[in-house]
Design a protein around this ligand. Structure first.
Ligand SMILES: Cc1cc2nc3c(=O)[nH]c(=O)nc-3n(C[C@H](O)[C@H](O)[C@H](O)COP(=O)(O)OP(=O)(O)OC[C@H]3O[C@@H](n4cnc5c(N)ncnc54)[C@H](O)[C@@H]3O)c2cc1C
Length: 414
């Protein structure tokens, strides 16, 4: 069934999952990507044996799409303990879901970061989401996460000390304006499974997807400028015709009449430092719960046993500081609030397009809605919500729609 030419633009996880689904139907797609490798926003640089993920990103193994497309065992995830280690000036404590495990029960119950009533509400929220399906979550009325937390009855204290810094790091925005659907979705996932990073870095995820592809052709370092009439225009001026095209990235840059519908994006800075000391001995995400700090969260990218201690720091706050100014601010905050002494900066990634800002979030784009023009389909997280789960599911949706039309055409020809 490989006599028709199918082109996919984008070798991110969405384009790769689309290709897996096409190969399963005997179609051999051709993927173009402007980058030099697979992964899109999921990338790792390897320097002297150390993995530097381009942006702090975690895998929730209970994402339904992950269970479908990845062999999680082979990723050898390094799991984080659930909850977070919270730093405030002169105070530090662990906080998590007390219903989730003995390790966190006592520290959470005795933590001064939340009232007793807040701790009971965390359990109530966990129970209320336990039997709510992901589809139901994304069909629920949407409000900002901040107003959701307030209307659930959480105190300003726990919002300030835990929810705001934790979810600022997840949503990559400080005011928790992101839809309550995304909050319920991620809260449920976090409370039902630990999050982890593959031993070889986050790039192991797209690499594993790409390794499943046996009949797909890749063209890297090849930007596409325009898609029109089943034709793609390459940045070198040449063009390629196809029978079907899947655009697995923001489409507005490629399709002329979508030019005015560009996505808005949330940004993040990710800095890696070699540090002198280790102040969190558990594998745990640490947060700074102070107003107006640049550091939102950090974790040790190295194991306690390793001689070089590497700290990965995320800055969610939008700013126009130079690298030097930002590094100075971050170093001071790490020292003043967390007692961490920085030896030197190892890496700095500025990621202007990290997560799409989507107003009306959905769980997965129905396959019947992925077709944008004759024989042209859309995929990518930008259609639904900024997550690996949505990126994979939308790759699947686009492929499914294409396969249905492909099969229809093949039948017509017979
Ligand atoms: C810092 C950061 C933290 C994140 N944290 C998490 C997290 O913890 N958990 C989670 O689930 N998700 C997280 N995400 C989101 C997740 O990475 C994305 O949802 C997912 O990778 C999107 O995949 P995609 O294939 O839809 O898009 P992309 O990864 O953006 O892939 C699009 C591809 O298209 C290519 N492309 C674009 N334009 C062109 C062109 N004109 N010509 C040729 N090629 C082109 C790009 O090079 C890219 O490879 C995070 C993302 C970032 C950046």
């Amino acid at each position: 069934m490989d006599n028709k030419k199918v082109i996919i633009i984008g070798a991110g996880v969405s384009g790769l999952v689309a290709a897996i689904n096409l190969e399963n139907e005997g179609i051999h797609p051709i993927i173009y990507d402007k980058n030099d490798r697979v992964g899109g926003r999921v990338q790792t640089d390897y320097i002297d044996g150390q993995a530097f993920d381009k942006g702090f990103q975690i895998l929730l193994p209970n994402y339904p799409a992950v269970q479908k497309y990845l062999d999680v065992r082979l990723l050898h995830l390094k799991y984080f303990a659930s909850g977070a280690f919270v730093f405030k000036k002169g105070y530090q404590s662990k906080l998590g879901n007390p219903a989730k495990g003995f390790d966190l029960l006592f520290s959470t119950l005795f933590s001064k970061l939340a009232s007793f009533s807040d701790k009971l509400k965390i359990i109530k929220l966990y129970r209320s989401l336990k039997y709510k399906s992901f589809e139901e979550i994304f069909e629920s009325p949407s409000q900002s996460t901040m107003s959701y937390l307030k209307s659930f009855g959480f105190s300003n204290k726990v919002i300030h000390n835990f929810f705001r810094p934790f979810y600022a790091g997840v949503f990559l925005e400080e005011n928790l304006e992101t839809s309550s659907r995304m909050f319920e979705f991620t809260f449920k996932l976090f409370s039902e499974s630990k999050a982890g990073i593959p031993e070889k870095g986050i790039q192991a995820i797209p690499n594993q997807l790409a390794n499943q592809l046996k009949k797909t052709t890749f063209h890297f370092n090849t930007a596409i400028n325009k898609v029109e009439d089943k034709t793609i225009w390459l940045s070198n001026g040449s063009k390629e015709k196809a029978d079907f095209i899947i655009i697995a990235t923001e489409p507005s840059q490629l399709i002329t009449n979508l030019n005015n519908q560009q996505s808005l994006w949330k940004s993040v800075d990710n800095l890696y430092f070699e540090v002198k000391n280790r102040v969190v001995n558990l594998p745990m995400i640490a947060l700074i719960a102070e107003n107006d700090t640049f550091v939102n969260n950090f974790h040790y990218a190295s194991l306690a046993s390793e001689s070089q201690q590497i700290l990965s720091v995320s800055v969610v706050k939008t700013h126009d500081l130079s690298r030097e100014e930002l590094v100075k601010k971050v170093k001071n905050e790490l020292y003043d609030i967390c007692d961490i002494e920085v030896k030197k900066l190892l890496k700095h990634y500025k990621i202007p397009k990290a997560l799409p800002q989507i107003h009306d979030l959905n769980y997965q784009m129905p396959h019947t809605e992925t077709k944008i023009k004759d024989n042209i389909y859309l995929a990518g997280d930008v259609l639904s919500n900024g997550s690996l789960n949505a990126a994979m599911l939308n790759g699947e949706s686009a492929a499914k729609a294409l396969i249905e039309q492909y099969n229809g055409l093949t039948l017509d020809m017979a």
